[in-house]
Design a protein around this ligand. Structure first.
Ligand code: ZN
Ligand code: MN
Ligand code: MN
Length: 295
């Protein structure tokens, strides 16, 4: 784990969030279409609490095509219904069940990371929410944890009562979970920028990564979501833009792909515009990556 760059032989492994409509193997077929190295998927319909188990046939096709194409599904993005910070008992119970189910699906599909938006406190207060997330993660891990899987907390933009918009909050969640070795972090470039972390230049990235290292530790960073931002630094608004077309801009991404501290980590697009946009922006990102290979 954390060795996905070595598995794919690409630095960094680049990819996008692809669809599983019709079966989990669809994600791999889409990965081929957009020429991705890696993909992120939902493990099931993301608007349902629990999905039905995969059929034997579906799994067989998935593993066969994964082997043939060399496209690595590296991360499951959890359902949007899940709120591991919910102050409502019934929703919290369902969320814990559902996230444990996501972990189990990750194990079944041999996907190393299962990612969650940490949660929203819904007015109950930030320290309540952070503590609740820690407890929920521990429960999920006790239900379904396994050495082949890691929980990934995604940094958020801090919209509404969403938690995880500072590195300190993420650290406190990990600390209060009691399962620190099993929890990693994903930096979403749009989210941290909207949350107030500047990443528009080389100097800005260095400062932001230094801060991450001080507070959480860079070894905890496992992947990136690459999205430009439709809103300005510190806007606290979560609206993704295509690479180079938002307020972060090309230089921010070019710098990231050239940063040897982190450019071995998988980088996943979640931009608007469908497969065509993915394909084009992966080509753009590869021009940045090729600059590294040549240097
Ligand atoms: Zn997300
Ligand atoms: Mn994201
Ligand atoms: Mn987002």
């Amino acid at each position: 784990m954390g060795e996905i760059g070595k598995i794919t032989g690409k630095r960094p492994p680049l990819g996008a969030h692809t669809s599983i409509a019709g079966g989990v193997f669809t994600a791999i077929r889409q990965g081929v279409e957009i020429e991705a190295d890696v993909v992120q998927i939902f493990s099931k319909n993301q608007r349902q609490w629990l999905g039905k188990p995969y059929s034997e046939e579906e799994l067989e096709t998935y593993f066969k095509e994964r082997e043939e194409t060399g496209i690595h599904p590296v991360v499951i993005h959890d359902s949007y219904l899940i709120n591991l910070a919910s102050p409502k008992k019934d929703i919290l119970e369902k969320s814990i069940q559902a996230f444990a189910d996501e972990l189990q699906r990750g194990i079944t599909l041999k996907i190393p990371y299962v990612l969650t938006h940490p949660g929203s406190h819904l007015g109950e207060g930030e320290s309540f929410g952070i503590k609740q997330i820690g407890e929920s993660l521990k429960q999920c891990w006790e239900m379904a944890g396994d050495d082949n899987i890691m929980i990934i907390l995604e940094t958020t933009a801090g919209q509404g009562t969403n938690l995880g918009y500072t590195f300190e909050q993420i650290r406190d969640m990990i600390d209060s979970s009691g399962i620190e070795p099993h929890v990693g972090v994903c930096i979403d470039t749009c989210h941290i920028f909207a949350a107030g972390y500047d990443i528009r230049s080389k100097e800005a990235w260095e400062q932001t990564l230094d801060r991450f290292d001080e507070v959480i530790g860079l070894s905890k960073l496992k992947l990136f979501h690459l999205n430009d931002s439709r809103h300005e630094l510190g806007s606290r608004k979560d609206r993704h833009a295509r690479i180079g077309e938002g307020f972060i801009g090309k230089e921010g991404f070019e710098t990231l792909l050239n940063n040897s501290r982190v450019n071995h980590l998988p980088m996943i697009l979640e931009i608007p515009g469908g497969l065509e946009a993915y394909r084009e922006d992966l080509i753009l990102l590869r021009t940045f990556r090729n600059a590294i290979d040549k240097s």
